[in-house]
Design a protein around this ligand. Sequence first.
Ligand code: GMT
Length: 373
Amino acid sequence: MNIGIACYPSVGGSGILATALGEELARRGHGVHFFSYERPFRLPADAPRLHFHPVVINEYPLFKYPDYTLPLSVRMAEVSREHRLDVLHVHYAVPHASAAILAKSMLPPERQPRVVTTLHGTDTTLLGCDPGYGPAIHYALTRSDAVTAVSAHLKAETQRVLGFDGPVEVIHNFFVPRAPRRSREAVRRELGLKDEVVLLHSSNLRPLKRIDLLLETAARLRPRNGFKLVVLAAASFAPFAADVKRLGLKDRVIVREKVNEIEDYLQIADVGLITSETESFCLSILEGMFFGFPSVARRVGGIPEVVDNNATGVLVSSDKPDELARAVNGLIQDPKRRLAMGRAARRAAQERFSAEAIVPRYEALYRRVCGGI
Ligand code: GMT
């Protein structure tokens, strides 16, 4: 089949998932065409059957805010016509689903691809509640040929928040770990690590990630010199520098911004720490599971669908830093339990959230919406 994929190109779960899906589909013999304003950061340069179509945005003095949706839809329509796309699979509804619906309606009926929309999280939980976006998202979902959500929790939220009553198929995320570029020793040297337990937090630092709670939790860990908190930040960490200082964490927190080679750091982590208010899935927990370490996270959103509490990670039903710190301390101080949990996490990741388990579900969905090609 010929499949178009639209996604955000920058460091972030929906783009990582979309890129991995495209790569896997191309490996399985499909033609895959990516659309974005920049090349997705994990998209290989020269893989067979994998193409990238940049969306060019011109600036016009009349526009205070440049528009992306229309040039994206035009590019999707052009490529659909030229390459006879069967499916346009859009990741994150805004604005990709609206652009795909528009692209489809620009084409004659015999050239119209089917539109599959995958909801990732805040496209429902945040933008879905925004009166300036909600109705447009609802409309794009009703006009999509299929809608998927990355967790059962997100499906329920989509029904509740958007009042969407069409079918939503739950297809969990998957992850394909890549070989680290550098050795463990080289990365540990770069970070100046001795024998501390390495806690890893990887996120875009948005308010719902609760970086305040992350740092308050770190400040309560004991012994103080028994850990380092490595933050892989997809945005500037500068707004949190004062908190790090206030909490006396300057020698405990190491920040790396906009890291592309996440595997380099995943390979040296011992425990993941996620303090988000909500997460539809939390791909960064899954990344850790593939590298054999458990995460401590709040019992929110779709996280319980990913983590089996006390078996493949630890879930905390509280937003109190003392409670979170107790759970992290438990893992810092019990390396045997931590390692056993990490092994169980890796097994669960391979069984439930591998490309082999998940990609055939998308292929079956594409065949279904295309009437059994
Ligand atoms: O929704 C977002 O905040 C962005 C999005 C992304 O592009 O990283 O994250 C969402 O999609 C990820 C991939 O499916 C999920 O792992 C994240 O849990 C989800 N974020 C939220 O639900 C807050």
